[in-house]
Write a protein that binds this ligand. Structure first.
Ligand code: PBG
Length: 326
């Protein structure tokens, strides 16, 4: 009898497979994104390109979060859609901005829930860019930093547990850290969208957040999808500036980058399974071409296997509610 490797021995029963499984996704790893709108507290509008996701008024958001928390949700990230947009994104840093209001409500009711605030201007600017725009249409880096710092501070003052800058301006982690520290928020961590690509997978998000750029694109500030060495430089810069966690975005098409960041840095790594990834799985599931739930679970395991400690995913609440993850 040939003495060959019998890999099937450890696959022969479900209990055995459970024992030798190398990667597990648990509720503690997941962060559910929510879109909160200012219009009306009871507003609840489906996002057509993201079945199962909604734009939610404050009260509707509270109801949605309650169901998720009861199912075991531990963390969420908030995106805001203000009534009024202007060229300087005032709604992002207003004391009563919609995200700040939502943070206060949520933290009051669920002090234990980890509330992440996405820090960016694009949902609040009339031009839809993530920073201030000059008269010639350029996104201005340094003048934007002060507004991002103000936004982060307003979010921290409202009670945000984690500040997550997603704008991709250079120097924003340093500017935010300085503003937080100067105002007594030395304990508020920054989860930087350190390695964020100019991805077409963000399409559905821009419907959800009403944040599509009105002219041009985000390629002068977000990264070229073709680049991996640049990911090391971006992550290193954010570590130097004081980031506490590093995010890679998108997720599944960038597993190599997640692995790269995991192997080169010792901070916790988060992966963002973005809107387009969600929508693809949903659409194929609705057509009956794939099993949506199994594909979603497999994609989350893949992100963890690649090195992500945390995952931002639109599937979080549904997988928890259905008991697929605990
Ligand atoms: C804001 C922001 C975006 C996403 C997260 N924060 C949009 C963008 O950069 O255009 C995308 C998330 C998703 O697609 O799910 N800058």
């Amino acid at each position: 009898m040939e003495n060959f490797y019998r890999g099937r021995r450890l696959r022969s029963s479900s209990a055995l497979r459970d024992m030798v499984r190398e990667t597990k996704v648990s509720a503690a790893d997941l962060i559910q994104p929510y879109f909160v709108v200012e219009i009306d507290p009871n507003y609840k509008k489906p996002i057509s390109s993201m079945p199962g996701q909604f734009q939610l008024g404050l009260s509707a958001l509270m109801a949605e979060v309650e169901l998720a928390v009861n199912a075991g949700l531990k963390s969420l990230i908030l995106f805001g859609i203000p009534n009024e947009k202007d060229p300087v994104g005032s709604g992002a840093y207003a004391e009563d901005g919609i995200v700040q209001q939502a943070i206060r409500r949520i933290k009051k009711k669920w002090p234990e829930l980890v509330v992440v605030a996405d820090t960016c201007l694009c949902e609040y600017t009339s031009h839809g860019h993530c920073g201030l725009v000059s008269s010639t249409g350029e996104v201005q880096n340094d003048p934007t930093l002060e507004l991002l710092a103000r936004t982060a501070l307003a979010q921290a003052q409202a009670g945000a547990d984690i500040i997550a800058p997603s704008d991709m301006m250079d120097g924003r982690v340093a500017a935010i850290r300085q503003a937080l520290d100067a105002n007594g928020f030395i304990q508020t961590p920054i989860m930087s969208y350190a390695v964020k690509y100019a991805s077409s997978f963000y399409g559905p998000f821009r419907e959800a957040a009403e944040s599509a750029p009105q002219f041009g694109d985000r390629k002068t500030y977000q990264m070229d999808p073709a680049n991996w060495r640049e990911a090391l430089r971006e992550a290193a810069a954010d570590v130097d500036e004081g980031a506490d966690m590093l995010m890679v975005k998108p997720g599944l098409p960038y597993l190599d980058i997640i692995r790269l960041v995991r192997d080169n840095f010792d901070l916790p790594v988060a992966a963002y399974q973005v809107s387009g990834e969600y929508s693809q799985i949903k659409a194929a599931g609705q057509l009956g071409w794939i099993d949506e739930t199994l594909v979603a679970l497999e994609s989350l395991v893949a992100l963890k296997r690649a090195g992500a400690d945390l995952i931002l995913s639109y599937f979080s609440q549904d997988l928890l509610k259905a008991g697929h993850i605990s």
